[in-house]
Design a protein. Structure first.
Length: 132
């Protein structure tokens, strides 16, 4: 699991769902949680939380422009690649910390990824969990 620290900057509530905006080492993250400030005391502007997501939920991209809906982005440099026949583990060093991604080895080859490549980790809003 990837785990980063973030500060809650804004919360929008609709029914039993909250869209939580966070500052994660200068990057703006959005997270959907099935809780509200009324049902979860950690949901309060200014609180520090852990931002947790699976390695298999991290998309790796290269370049600066992506026309995709993924809003959670962390730029960094690849420090390590462990490739197997089907899957590869990518470690990306970012300002927020190390991010681990598991993608296909074919994607690693197609993107020309190697140690030192500048890349972006992208994480879907609904694939992130928050804990106090």
């Amino acid at each position: 699991m990837n785990s980063l620290k973030g500060i809650i900057t804004n919360i929008t509530v609709n029914g039993s769902l909250s869209l939580v905006h966070l500052d994660v080492s200068g990057a703006v993250f959005s997270v959907i949680v099935i809780d509200t400030p009324k049902t979860a005391s950690y949901l309060s502007t200014g609180n520090q939380v852990s931002v947790i997501f699976k390695e298999t939920e991290v998309v790796i991209g290269t370049g600066k422009e992506f026309n995709v809906s993924l809003q959670n982005r962390l730029e960094g440099k690849i420090s390590e690649i462990q490739s197997g026949e089907l899957l590869s583990k990518i470690i990306l060093d970012t300002n927020a910390g190390k991010i681990v991604s598991v993608i296909t080895t074919r994607a690693v080859k197609n993107l020309g990824l190697k140690r030192g490549t500048e890349a972006v980790a992208l994480i879907k809003t609904n694939e992130i969990m928050l804990t106090a």
